[in-house]
Design a protein around this ligand. Sequence first.
Ligand code: A3P
Length: 322
Amino acid sequence: LRTIPPLQLGEKYFHLYPDEVDPIWGNPCADHRHIEIWARNKSCEQLPKFLVIGPQKTGTTALYTFLAMHPAIVANYPSPDTFEEVQFFNGKNYFKGIDWYMKFFPVPRNSSSKFLFEKSATYFEGEVVPKRVKALLPNAKLVVIIIPPGKRAYSWYHHMRAHHDVTALQYTFYEVITAGDKSPRPLRDLRNKCLNPGMYAKHIERWLDFFPSSQLTIIDGEDLRNDPVTIMNDLQKFLYIEPFYNYTEHLRYDKRKGFFCQVIEEDKTKCLGRGKGRIYPPMNESEAKALKDFYQSYNVALEKLMTRLEYPVPAWLEDDLQ
Ligand code: A3P
């Protein structure tokens, strides 16, 4: 039997098994060897029980805010870089490890039965995300929100302009969504980021490769916007959350904002900031037509998927498919 120094051994190992260069963090509580070497003050209870996975611009901040109002639900602490979103599973934060992730959640007290959760809207379309979530949080429930994909793309484009994205400021929405493969690289990248999340069925199917459909729920974002009380009631049932929180008393339509907001006092509401519910001109006909054509096959797949999973087909999806 012969061995070599640890560093060389490591290098040799990863040369032989390049697929293992990127770590996959498993669930510490599922492995007794891990538990045995874990510090006593650590607990899997400090990991989220459910995730709101997006995609962006579908009403994820409203859902996050409404969930955080619930006395039995606890949201993650904000991140200095990405605000309310932790964005652990999708980017380079993943390599910071489980301890880094757990610092975003309160240490549970013995008697605590709180439901910890986080919302990171870019998890939805991330290729590696379902596999990583499955490894660390195999029992987590997943919440997806969908709105008409073209409307989502348009909202996202205006979000990028509001954030001074140079490419979004340089090109019209029509130019972005119709960019071809010979278009400049930054324009193609923007087009992909704008359109890709709206291919809902493709992304949901990827999540379903790793999770049973009983662990995932799809919310119609138009219902969340127009009737959040019903959506929040249904969501509490899906998550088996107790005590039941009666949102009727805590959410009210605010005429000035044009959206439902949190009731603070009898005659006072707290709405989301100016970045949510932005005012921009309506989409024109050629933009709407280009989006309808682009999303046609993805919407057909979405209708089939929703029917298979026994969801009612959203009215906007039926309209889009006509
Ligand atoms: P617009 O700003 O384009 O209208 P996200 O939080 O995922 O980025 O989604 C933002 C979108 O949430 C907003 O897009 C808005 O239409 C929608 N939304 C749904 N319910 C809302 C609410 N109660 N308050 C503000 N925006 C809400």
